[in-house]
Design a protein around this ligand. Sequence first.
Ligand code: F6R
Length: 617
Amino acid sequence: MCGIVGYVGDKKTTEVLLGGLKRLEYRGYDSAGVAIIGADGQLRSRKHAGKLQILIDDLEADPIPEGRTGIGHTRWATHGGPTDENAHPHLGDDGKLALIHNGIIENFQELKARLLTEHPETEFTSETDTEIAAHMVGYAFCETGDLTEALRQVVGRLHGAFTLLAIHSDQPGVVVGARRNSPLVIGLGEGENFLGSDVAAFVEHTRRALAIGQDQIVTITDHSVAVVDFEGNSVPTEEFEVTWDASAAEKGGWPSFMAKEITEQPEAVANTLMGRVVDGAVSLPELAGHEEMLRGIRRIVIIGCGTASYAGMIGKYAIERWARIPVEVDLSHEFRYREPVIDDSTLVVSISQSGETMDTLMAVKFAIAAGAKTLSICNTQGATIARESDAVIYTHAGPEVAVASTKALGAQVTAIYLLGLQLASLRGTLEPSEIAELLAELQAAPEKIRTVLEQHDEIRELAKWMSDTRSVLFLGRHVGYPVALEGALKLKELAYIHAEGFAAGELKHGPIALIEPGQPVFVVVPSPRSSDSMHPKVVSNIQEIRARGARVLAIAEGGDASVLPFADQVFAIPPASTFVEPLLAFIPLQLFAMELAAAKGLDVDQPRNLAKSVTVE
Ligand code: F6R
């Protein structure tokens, strides 16, 4: 939600800022803007409503004079619609200061009223919550003459979540940033330094990064980085190396990031397993020192939002079966506000691709305050949720740029399985041979995913044919139920089609009334060989909906004779055990949603109203 980049150095500042914004555009794409202190010492800003390309075209046609210091912003609107006026940067101190913001300043109305009493001459030109901060920092700069101190004086008065970056023409060569509950990382270059919402903002220039903590302020010049807390005390930073290079976040010839990322799922699963299966056992050095805690916990609560929450639902089935610990799954935003009963015998597992989702971050903080143990499953190195948690298992899906999550989900499911098997091993609830067998099945999953991906052309044809469809239903049981929910979510968010996922057993308790002749229904069918005895139940559900005229689109094991005659179309998945099946069944549903959106001429990487990293509540 809102992408932020800052730069000081000798490169063409406009190019560095726009390059960073291109890589951050997935965070928000309502409007974009930059501000640069030119070689002549003047601060100039340019901003436009609409996609980043509008700003790029304008700057190409009418460039801003180059300088060595600048900030850039790509917006996901919260306060005030996507207009030129509401786009960032916002200016203060008579246009000498520029400020950009990610987050929400909750008390902006109150601050505005107070500022107008103290400085009635202040002119507001936007409807945003951000502009108040620009004016406040501007006035504080007039008094202090120092941007770091000015920002420090202001941040303590802001309520809510924010990352702020500011530059001032009286202090060229300096970019100052502050963060509270919103992301900000530092990129370390040679004779240049960067700030960004995430490492994608600068990975093209450097893979050396510094993570900064909550309630901290960073000041960069071309040769220095200084970090202080909100009280002004110097604080240590933690350097890390970005494990992927810029090409990993390029489309690389694919029509969309989403197409590329769906196809990268075999690697996402394989890389998440890599080095973590040793001699048929789970090896998670990141959990070293936490063994006692993991043996002792009495309950697990898994939290996440959207797709990540579906990974959690699958994790519940696996952990309960393997480790015999009661597991609850909750949406992060519901968990936090329902006064959950948790204590130090509860392990709260958060799942987040970005590691910055505000709802999940706040739920993790709530869990910590309640004394629970916390573990995060996260795809982004150094992300806030990972840093706040007692332990982290990183997924290694690589950068996910398309707004809709795909490859991260496969990696999240893999990581939670590793956790489940580690718990089973520590608690002695599975024999080592059973664990080895389950791990071997998981290790075979990437090759099976590749087989499913081969059906892309067939799915594209179906999607084209169905591009006028107005409603699609998805059914599944057990781990197939979260798969059905995910299929529906993908279709809603990408193709803007009404879609709903149901537990197949729930159908007769109401939703079956929705079935009328021609209604398309995707059914996730478990393997006929599965020991879970769900297969016959799902086959019966197929019969029930067929009898009412549904058009059945089955995702089933290839050659499943009890499904083939009754489905209008079957997407075959290779034989797999119960817990590997979701990793395979996601694929046709992701491809279907993407291709249906593409057939409707929609932007599959940047669906309307959405942003990738939801850093507001
Ligand atoms: C759906 C999607 C979202 C995210 C959710 C959580 O395709 O991408 O539902 O899964 O916003 O995001 P993270 O995993 O970053 O916490």
